[in-house]
Structure formats: C-alpha cells, structure tokens
Design a protein around this ligand. Structure first.
Ligand code: DGJ
Length: 728
C-alpha cells in the first residue's frame, strides 16, 4: 500500500520501498508534517509532536499558548498569521489582504497519477504509482489548495505539486506558489547545491546549515547554468556510499527557488518551487493554477544511492521519448570544426571521414539558414541559406544518408535576431516592454512565447523544415536569458505571469513538435548545459552537457551532472587541442575516455587529423559500440571525485551484471607519486570477473574491497580504462 490513512489519528503515511513520508491533521484543521526518511513499517505518531509555549511564537487561540504555527512542523505553510518562517505560498485579495488561513477539508487516494495541465511531469501506470490529494481551503477568500503526492513505490520516489483553485466570488492573485515544503524536526544538515556558469556548469557546493537560510534561485527565465534546480540535505556523516540524504529536483525550466532554513529550535524547512519574483498569477473565480512538480528522493545509501534512484526514475517515468531506451548514435557535430564557415563540399568531406571511422550521425550546427555568417543575424528565419547550400538542405541530407550516416540539424527556435526577416515583419514578436529599449544577449532577442501567435510561428517554421527534409535528430539550442519581460497582450494585473507563460509557451511548442515527430531524436542545449533540467528531459531525452569540452573540466561537469541525470542523457564530445575553451592540451585517449563515459560524439575537424589520429578515433568508436549498452543503460557508480582529488574514478555495471567498465583519470602527474587504487562498486562479491584485455581474473569482492593498483606514469591528464566480464 503506497498510501496508508489512519482515520482515527488522521495520519497519512506515504510509503515506498525505502521511504516513509508522514503527515497528520490536528485539531481537524492544521496539516502537520511528521516525518520524511527511511521507511518505517508502522507509523503510530504517538509522540511526534510536543507542544511548547515559546517566546514570540503567536497562537491562533487566545488561551492556547503552547500551540503556534511558528514552531510546529507545517506541511504547506502560509505566512501572515503566525508562521514567521519562509512560507510556501501567498495570496493577495482584491482588497489587498495577504492573509490566508488554510483548513483541512478532506482527501482522496487514486491509482495512477493525474497530468499537470500544460506542464511536463513524471508518469506511471496504475500499478506503479498512487496519488494522494489533500484538500485545504481558506474560508474567507474561497481559495482551495490541493496538495498532490504521487508515490512511486518501487522506484522509491515521491513527487509533489499543488493545484490552486479559486472557488470564491472575486479574483485573487497568487503571489507565491511553491511546489514543496518539508519541515524537519531536526537539524545539522549540510546543504548541497550545483552552481556554475557558461562553460563551467554544475560545481558542487556543500555548506553546513547552522542558522538562517541557504537559498539558491534563478531569475533568468530558465533553470540556468548558474544554479541547477536541485538541492539536497545531507546528514553529517553522509558520503557517496552511505548516510541519509533528502533531495529534490524541480521539473521546470524557468525561474525557481530552493532553500533550506534553520530556525532557533533546530528545525529545518526545505522548500522548492517557482520563484515568486515577477511570478504572480491572477486567478479569476473557478480558475485553476497548477504548479510544476518536484521529484523528492530520500536515500539511506549516500549520494550514489540517491543518483541511482533519480537515474532509474527519469529513464522509466519521466523521459517519454521512444529513444529513452534506444542506443544513442555516436555523432559528429560540425560546430567546432567549421563554425559558420562551411559549404556542402566541406560538410561532405567531414561526413566522409566520419563514415570511415564508424560514426553514425552527422549534425549540422548553427549557420545553415537565413544569411547567418556570424551570430548577429537571421534567428527566426528557418530557411536554408542557398549561398552555403545551393542544392538545398534535402540534398545535403540525402548525401549524408548515402554515406550511411543519419542527419541532424541545429535550431535556436526561441530567438529572434534584429537583423532578420522575422523581426522586420514582426518586431512585436520579440519579448519587450512597450516604450523601453531592448536588452541584447549574444546580440539577439528572445521571442515572446507568452503569445500564442508567436508559438504558432515557431511550430510552423520548424515543422516545415522537419517535414521537407529527412532529419533524424534535432539540437534545440537557447543561447541567452530573458530580459525586458512583459507583453502588451496581457493586462496590467497579468504582467507578473509572463515569465511563467513563456515557459508554458515553450512546453506547448515542445509538446506539439515532439508529438508530431516522434522519430526524431531531440537534444536540448542552452550554450551547453545551461538548461539541463527534468522539464526539458521530459521532451528531449538528451542534453548537451557543456560547451566546455576540455577533458579535465568535463570530468567535473559530468561527475556533478550525474548526481541527478542518467549518463545516457549527457552529450559529451571529443574536440581538438589546444582546447578552444581552456587552451589545454590533453591526450586523445583521455578526451575519448571522458566523452565515452557519457553519450559519445565528436566535435572536431576530422579532415585535419593525421592518419594515426583517425585510426585512434576509429578504435574509440568501435570500442564505444562494444561498451555502449553498459554505459548508456547500465548502473553508474561514482568512485572518486575530481572536486576532491587529483583523480576521478567511476564505473558502470550492465543491467544483467555481466559487463563492467571502469575508468581512472589522473589529472596532474605528481612527484613522489602515490600508487593509486581503483576500488570498483556494484559488483557481485562472490562472482569472478575477467579483465578482457589482460585475461587476469579477480573476485568481485577483491575488485571492490582491495581494488586494483594503477601503475605510475609520468604524464599529465592520463586515463586508464578497464573492461571486465563476469565469468561465473
Ligand atoms: C551554443 C551551443 O552550445 C554550441 O554547441 C553551438 O551549437 C552554438 N551555440 C551555435 O551557435
């Protein structure tokens, strides 16, 4: 039973195979949070809450000083009437009142999981998931709040979202609408977040939470490379292997906030949701508002345990593309090989070399449309540039297919260049505030996707190309963040909705395109991994991890990306040296093995490489084909973090347990170098494994507990790969 209700005590107990989540209705009105953590068989809740009169803690009842919303663990708190901690939602009535007072009304338990209108969200069959819907109501405004909890028992995941419904007679404004709020009756956590920048996505930040708040957010209109929409609370002793971790990931691609707040009594509040800054919603009577979903994962087996829950869940219950479990093609992308300077001959020369090495997909990146010789024109004009491709895109696609390769194409559909036919004809399509100057990013403007007509234009112009040309793959790029957010199409009281309406417009476009073109493999990109979030993954099963292809930087970026996202979703390419982002020269073997640790490809001018280099690439491609199933669909284990040491180590175990691939990377050569040991994870302790290249045999327990020693080599940026098969 995924949802257990104790009528007498009014306790809701959500139970997965490893987790319990418990709430209780008290005084037939207040919904309190009792517990989230390791699964308990029977939750009686006898002494979970102790009431205590505290100084400055307000009371709903005059003569009941022990009872205060400020000190109780609240399930979905509202400020204004006694809880001074961060509130989960806010309202403004027509008379300006911002007070709200929720009372419990009732609940419903259903099999399966309802869809969230207009939003990407996880899914599951009636056998996989049950949903609890709790109804709360503010009597004075007439606002009903439905808290949705979907319990994926075997996947070990609980998702949360909220539906607001105005059942009153007057409009009201939602001023904050978070998707999740959890109050812990304990503290001492470390807060983990993933921060970064363009070319430097997802670094690990681990901060002790003592008092006050640790908060991250995006106000950029997208989930952003600056902060990932993810937060985890780690108990003091938690590590990659062990310890309790409470985490949440937001299924949304726009502005968000996530915070952990410690109060004076060693309680911690953990919240996640849409950012309230410029994020209001005007709700007419009978209208509803759906918040995006948070995926909540508790792990009692450290960060690796947490990641494996996310990986499995996203693959099975979030990524809806038919490609989720299909081997992904090894690609060559022409971007770093040619940038904007190409013609058909040049592209076909690259394709010829790619075909010779066994690469499977050729991707034509930016610059094939309008009059785009650099990045200051033509976005929005999705018409082939006949100067570069006089015989047309279809001709190029046919030629690529004739060489045995699939053909992929780049778009940046959410954008408009001032120097474009689209802008000359429709300046009003650009996101802007009437009478104010434009703000540029990479010299371009953003389309106003809050406007249905603009969404229609994007859908039609992109579909036309996809219908007319044989295209197997689309790279969907987005190279700037949102400014001048406003729209003349909406009245004053709805101007706070435009950020969210932009995201809803984007999701509508993606819904239509991915539905019409299910056979196209979509890869999302935002100047690299700037919009790597579960919302985009719902539509597109892979994401370009970073524009930074330097092998050393990529070790970190891929390591941290794997905290929540399956390895198969991470696009990773071998590029030239000196690396274009860092100037670093790393061996081709290391570049190959770092990229092979994810969804593999190349972004390099193969026509300029020596025959030795091409031979090595041929071998890399063949090797990846051999290990692809294990890498893309096996279990991934992080072993040593490049954030902590001069090494990075990880290994993969195939679904059936028979194949193992392990990588050891050493960044700088050291004097008096210690001998490094690689201790694998996830093997069967009593099985025997054979190293495919040496024929040596090892016990599974030997490989995991004693490990293998890595010979010293006086060389920077080196990598070693081991491949084992289970022999009994
Ligand atoms: C940013 C992407 O991350 C790159 O891979 C490339 O597609 C460029 N945009 C093209 O403008």
């Amino acid at each position: 039973m995924a949802v257990i209700y104790n009528d007498e005590k009014q306790i809701f107990h959500l139970q997965t195979k490893g987790t319990s989540y418990v709430m209780q209705v008290v005084r037939n009105k207040y919904l309190l949070h009792l517990y989230w953590g390791k699964r308990v068989q029977n939750y009686c809740g006898t002494r979970s809450i102790i009431l205590k009169n505290r100084g400055f803690a307000p009371n709903p009842q005059e003569n009941d000083r022990d009872f205060s919303l400020d000190t109780l663990p609240m399930e979905y708190p509202h400020g204004g009437n006694g809880d001074f901690r961060s509130c989960a939602f806010g309202i403004r009535e027509q008379n300006g009142s911002r007070i709200c007072d929720l009372s419990y009304v009732g609940y419903e338990i259903m099999k399966g999981k309802p869809k969230l209108e207009g939003l990407p969200c996880s899914f599951g069959s009636e056998e996989e998931v049950s949903t609890l819907k709790i109804h709360m109501k503010d009597k004075i405004s007439g606002l009903s709040v439905f808290l949705l909890y979907s319990v994926f028992e075997n996947a070990d995941v609980i998702t949360r979202s909220v539906v607001f419904e105005n059942r009153g007679n007057s409009p009201l404004t939602l001023t904050k609408m978070l998707s999740m709020s959890v109050d812990f009756r304990e503290s001492g956590f470390k807060v983990m977040t993933l921060y970064g920048a363009h070319n430097n996505e997802r670094n690990v930040d681990l901060r002790p939470l003592k008092s006050g708040m640790v908060q991250i957010e995006s106000l950029r209109g997208t989930s952003s490379p600056q902060q990932a929409p993810f937060m985890a609370l780690l108990e003091a002793n938690a590590s990659e292997e062990s310890g309790n971790i409470y985490s949440a990931n937001f299924v949304y691609s726009g502005n968000f906030t996530a915070l952990a707040q410690a109060d004076a009594f060693e309680n911690v509040r953990f919240q996640m949701g849409m950012n309230p800054w410029n994020g209001e919603w005007y709700l007419e009577p009978n209208e509803k508002f759906f918040t995006p979903e948070t995926v909540m994962v508790f792990s009692s087996q450290g960060l690796n345990g947490m990641s494996q829950i996310y990986h499995n869940f996203y693959q099975h219950n979030l990524i809806r593309s038919k490609f989720a479990f299909q081997p992904r093609p090894i690609l060559i992308n022409n971007w770093e090989a040619t940038f904007f300077d190409f013609n058909e001959d040049k592209l076909l020369a690259l394709a010829d070399k790619a075909a010779q090495t066994g690469i499977e997909l050729f991707v034509l990146d930016d610059g094939w449309f309008g009059h785009r010789d650099n990045d200051d024109s033509s976005l929005g004009d999705w018409v082939t540039d006949k100067r570069k491709l006089p015989l047309g895109l279809s001709h190029l696609s046919d030629e690529i297919h004739n060489r045995g390769l699939k053909f992929g194409l780049w778009f940046e559909p959410e954008m408009i260049s001032r120097n474009s036919e689209l802008f000359r004809n429709h300046p009003e399509y650009a996101l802007h505030t009437e009478g104010r100057p434009y703000t540029f990013g990479r010299g371009q403007l953003v389309l106003d996707l809050s406007n249905g007509e603009v969404c229609r234009y994007v859908i039609e112009s992109v579909s036309k190309v996809l219908r007319e040309t044989k295209i197997d793959y689309v790279k969907w790029d987005m190279n700037r963040h949102l400014t001048d957010v406003g729209s003349i199409n909406f009245p004053m009281e709805r101007q706070g909705e435009i950020f969210h309406r932009y995201v809803l417009g984007l999701y509508k476009i993606l819904e239509e395109l991915t539905t019409e073109f299910p056979d196209i493999l979509f890869e999302s990109c935002s100047s690299g991994g700037g919009r790597f979030d579960p919302g985009m993954l719902y539509y597109m099963p892979q994401t370009w991890c970073s524009d930074n292809t330097d092998a050393v930087c990529r070790m970190k970026i891929q390591y941290a990306t794997s905290f929540t996202y399956p390895v198969v979703t991470m696009g990773a390419h071998v590029s030239e040296v000196p690396n274009q982002q860092t100037g670093r020269v790393t061996p081709l073997q290391t570049r190959g093995q770092v990229a092979m640790s994810a969804n593999f490809g190349y972004e390099i001018d193969l026509t300029k490489l020596s025959s030795e280099e091409l031979d090595e690439i041929k071998k890399q491609v063949a090797f990846y084909k051999d290990i692809r199933n294990t890498i893309q669909f096996g279990k991934f284990y992080r072993i040593k973090s490049p954030f902590d040491e001069n090494v990075a180590q990880w290994n993969f175990v195939s679904g059936d347990g028979s194949q193992v691939v392990a990588f050891h990377f050493e960044i700088l050569s050291q004097p008096a170098a210690p001998i490094k040991i690689l201790k694998l994870k996830g093997l069967e302790a009593d099985a025997v494994y054979r190293d495919i290249s040496t024929g040596y045999e090892y016990g599974g327990d030997e490989l995991m507990y004693s490990g293998i020693s890595i010979p010293i080599e006086k060389k920077d940026f080196r990598s070693v790969c081991f491949r084992f098969v289970k022999v009994n």
